[in-house]
Design a protein around this ligand. Structure first.
Ligand code: ADP
Ligand code: MG
Length: 299
């Protein structure tokens, strides 16, 4: 097969590993930078051009769309879908997962556990907003944040009010969440492929920190997850419609609670923590499912 990896940087660990895995399994891999693509949208023969040529003969796409280019990246991916190219994650599922409010609303509709969460833009009653999620301590998050930046733990009412007011002043949309203290500064990353969790790791925050992000000094280790955690992670990926997902959950007294579902989960941390060939498993999944799609089209 000819497999296209939609990625802005061929040197990133995940992109490199996916390319290697393609080649090891006898496929051709091409790295396509979505931002450099231009598209011809018509009803007879939609096409995509990249580096001056028509992109043809691609059997499957692995989208690795950065959070900063979600809109254009998903448009390019949608164009491949219009050309009947198999994509391991569909553009609609990626757009859904990039909107944190929409994601949590979808998860709650499916009954997947999550911390009590409030959303606000310019709340007219900050005290009531804090009360709504069960009072302090609360975690306040900027909607656009990643890698732990923009995630604040407010332990007292005064601190919570001033942080919310400061974020309001920045005209930012915020999320305010019950603080899961018993998680002890750790979260679990479940790597979902299809309807299975194929790898998982625990990320523990550095001393004195509650955010477990590796970018904030957290450390990763192997972890055995419970059947309930497994079911919850798979249900979360399914609710978003993602075949590949990094599902982050917190261990709470009332069971696993979903924090976020990532549609382009990184491979470096999880491959190192588990020693598993995740890239190879992704290509194997594509071999099975892209072929199935082709058979269905021929019928
Ligand atoms: P980001 O998208 O920036 O990674 P997260 O929502 O994943 O933001 O939060 C960063 C980290 O903060 C999480 O990995 C977790 O360790 C901690 N955290 C986030 N929300 C909560 C919460 N409600 N209770 C306890 N810890 C939390
Ligand atoms: Mg996170």
């Amino acid at each position: 097969m000819k497999i296209g990896i939609l990625s802005q940087n061929a040197n990133l660990y995940s992109t490199r590993r996916l390319r290697e895995a393609c080649e090891q399994r006898g496929h051709e891999a091409v790295v396509i930078n979505a931002l450099r693509c231009y598209m011809n949208i018509n009803s007879v023969q939609p096409s995509i051009h990249f580096e001056g040529h028509d992109v043809v003969g691609i059997d499957a796409i692995i989208p690795r769309i950065g959070a900063d280019i979600t809109f254009y990246g998903c448009s390019v991916l949608r164009q491949f879908e219009m050309m009947n190219v198999f994509s391991i994650n569909q553009s609609i599922a990626i757009s859904r997962s990039r909107d944190k409010l929409r994601s949590l609303q979808l998860l709650s509709r499916k009954g997947v556990g999550m911390p009590i969460t409030g959303f606000a833009s310019k709340p007219d009653d900050v005290k009531d907003l804090i009360k709504m999620v069960g009072g302090t301590p609360v975690v306040i998050k900027l909607l656009e944040g990643t890698q732990g930046i923009g995630v604040v733990l407010a332990e007292t009412q005064k601190a919570a009010e001033s942080v919310i007011e400061a974020f309001m002043g920045l005209k930012a949309n915020i999320m305010i969440q019950e603080y899961i203290a018993e998680a002890g500064g750790a979260d679990i990353r479940c790597f979902v492929l299809g309807d299975k969790v194929i790898a998982s790791m625990k990320r523990q925050a550095a001393e004195g920190e509650f955010r477990s992000n590796l970018h904030r000094g957290g450390s990763a280790s192997l972890v055995r997850i419970t059947p309930e955690e497994r079911r919850t992670a798979v249900a979360a990926a399914k609710a978003m419609g993602l075949n590949v997902a990094g599902v982050d959950l917190l261990r709470s007294n009332r069971g696993p609670l979903i924090m976020e579902v990532n549609s382009s989960p990184g491979l470096e941390g999880i491959e190192h923590a588990t020693g598993k060939d995740i890239a190879g498993m992704i290509i194997e999944y594509i071999e099975k499912h892209a072929a199935k799609k082709r058979r269905q089209q021929q019928q």
